[in-house]
Design a protein around this ligand. Structure first.
Ligand SMILES: Nc1ncnc2c1ncn2[C@@H]1O[C@H](COP(=O)(O)OP(=O)(O)OP(=O)(O)O)[C@@H](O)[C@H]1O
Ligand SMILES: [Mg+2]
Length: 564
């Protein structure tokens, strides 16, 4: 055959190549191409494995991982594709660079990044770079002696947040010239990937912190708050429902607000949620529960970005107390007006009353002299009634503070003894024993003496009246004084105790109300205690009451010794 028929070595070699070329269809220059192709192929495989590593990394990184965890994850994969003895993450801070995370975690310490440090260079130039350095160039990296040798090559890539460099990723090896251009490319990609992961983690933390803050604010509000969707489902609530509304809430299996709040099966008639849906405006409503709670409800629309109504926030506010206070305020405003008017009338009545009494006394004396004592006794009634009217007038004037006298330094015990001296006889007449228990160490205090006497008189007369209602026991009134010290502030306390009828608990809130009296119309005007309390308060003091129905009462005038 012609092929075998050619003798000689070189020729036969040529022939073999020719034969090979004929068989494969590839000439010898193409062989190089195949070698190249094989190399490329390996290169592609390497790239693929790197891409795979990047992919795995991004999959393994959780949003709630710390930077140290992220760097640790990357370091565990890197040696599969790249020489890597050290992986470090350097962050830019206001005062320079810091080594934020490293692997192995105890590999080295970098306290200071000098001006010539490779990381600083990369960060300043915003460009990745390979460094092959003599060991003394990296003397700022203090390597733990437990690890072999110094670092000889570094591949460093900048890490970006948008266009701003926030740090650098250092991959380093103890081998000289360990990295080529492709490796650097990979480190750059890795740096990008890590900075995205770190930013994601940071954003996640921010969002979850904001969520926590929002939730704790929501839970901290003491008024009940609900978030209800447009289909009446309760989406969120802060568990602050008043106790009496808890029943339906706990019983209901449904999420609907009408079931949870009212135990209903259908939406309430005129449900404000519908009005919010229609008007997109807040709606306010007032409810009164069966037990008398008054609740103000505010319904606020919650809109999506597309201006669609997504839910309604309902806030309940318990205004029962506020309503009561408003009522009281109106009442006291009325009383103030009434007081002013009464004072005016009292003032006007004072002079004619004096004339009536004076004239009646004059006529009575004349009749007495004329030998008509019965007629004179009739006039006595006029005088007594007149005196009673004058007492009422005096009370009204004091009540509206139109007879203010200046305050002086007084001894409370002396004032009490003065009053007792005046009315003891009157009280003893009712077979009542008065005992005194005054403390001797009561400092003098600034007060209006006659007013204090008036208070004590009122309290003693009340005690007497309370004792007149009981029979079959020894009737005792005890007048006592004591010094009280509260948080370093001294108070003088003057108390009148009786073992009379006591005050029924239902009347207890009323006794200081002007014109409240339980006594028959001719006996009580109902002004004694309200006037007394007014006097006590004008001295920055108060009147305290303890009473047991059927057993007796104690009224204490409490006055400050030390003014604040
Ligand atoms: N020591 C007491 N024991 C029992 N009830 C009392 C006592 N002090 C006051 N009260 C009750 O408080 C009511 C109001 O007392 P207050 O002194 O304001 O009016 P009054 O004594 O009825 O009339 P006034 O004092 O104006 O003549 C009395 O009617 C009585 O029901
Ligand atoms: Mg009285």
């Amino acid at each position: 055959m012609p092929v075998n028929g050619v003798p000689g070595g070189e020729a036969s070699m040529d022939n073999r190549e020719k034969l090979l070329e004929q068989l494969t269809g590839v000439d010898s220059s193409k062989l190089n191409y195949y070698v190249e192709l094989k190399k490329r192929n390996q290169e592609v495989l390497k790239q693929n494995s790197r891409l795979e590593i990047l992919r795995q990394l991004s999959r393994d990184i959780n949003i709630d991982m710390s930077i140290a965890d992220i760097v640790e994850g990357a370091f565990s994969k890197l040696p599969q594709t790249l020489p890597c003895d050290f992986l470090g993450l350097v962050a830019v801070k206001s005062n320079g660079l810091i080594l934020k995370a490293l692997q192995p975690p105890d590999f080295c310490r970098i306290e200071d990044f000098p001006a010539h440090s490779p990381s600083l260079k990369v960060i300043q130039q915003k460009r990745a770079e390979i460094f092959n350095l003599p060991p003394d160039e990296l003397s700022h990296i203090r390597i733990n002696p437990a690890y072999p040798g110094p670092l000889r090559s570094l591949a460093i890539a900048p890490m970006f947040k948008r266009d701003e460099v926030i740090g650098a990723l250092i991959v380093a090896s103890g081998t000289f010239e360990a990295y080529d251009r492709n490796d650097l490319n990979f480190v750059e990609h890795l740096g990008d990937q890590l900075s995205i992961s770190i930013q994601n983690a940071r954003l996640y933390k921010q969002v979850s912190r904001a969520k926590e803050e929002w939730e704790s604010t929501f839970m901290a509000v003491t008024d009940p708050i609900f978030l209800v969707d447009t289909d009446y489902n309760v989406l969120l609530h802060n568990g602050r429902l008043p106790a009496e509304m808890q029943f339906f809430w706990d019983q209901s299996l449904s999420r609907k607000c009408f079931a949870k709040l009212h135990g209903r099966k259908e939406p309430c008639q005129d449900c404000p949620i519908r009005e919010v849906q229609r008007t997109r405006q807040p709606v306010y409503q007032r409810w009164q529960t069966e037990s008398g709670l008054v609740l103000d409800l505010s319904y606020y629309p919650v809109m999506t970005e597309g201006k669609q109504l997504s839910a309604v926030t309902i806030i309940l506010k318990d205004v029962t107390e506020k309503m009561k206070m408003e009522g009281q305020l109106i009442q006291s405003a009325k009383l103030a007006a009434l007081g002013e008017m009464a004072a005016g009338v009292a003032h006007e009545l004072n002079s004619p009353m004096t004339v009536i009494i004076g004239t009646a006394q004059l006529v009575a004396r004349e009749l007495q002299q004329d030998g008509q004592p019965e007629r004179a006794a009739e006039l006595e009634d006029i005088v007594n009634s007149g005196l009673r009217c004058k007492r009422i007038i005096q009370n009204l004037l004091t009540f509206s503070r139109q007879d203010q006298q200046p305050a002086t330094e007084i001894d409370l015990n002396d004032e009490a003894r003065r009053v007792l001296g005046m009315i003891k006889y009157q009280i003893n007449r009712s077979r009542i024993t008065i005992t005194e228990r005054m403390t001797s160490d009561l400092p003098r205090l600034i007060a209006n003496g006659p007013q204090i006497q008036q208070v004590l008189t009122n309290l003693l007369i009340n005690a007497r009246d309370a004792l007149n209602e009981v029979a079959g026991r020894e009737k005792v009134i005890e007048v006592s004084s004591e010094l009280r010290v509260v948080s370093g502030r001294r108070w003088a306390v003057l108390s009148v105790s009786d073992n009379g009828i006591g005050i029924p608990s239902e009347n207890r809130p009323k006794i200081f109300t002007p014109f409240y009296t339980s006594k028959e119309a001719t006996k009580g005007t109902g002004l004694g205690l309200s006037v007394s309390l007014g006097i006590a308060e004008s001295h920055n003091g108060t009147i305290e009451v303890t009473s047991t129905p059927g057993q007796g009462s104690t009224f204490s005038l409490v006055l400050p010794i030390d003014q604040q």
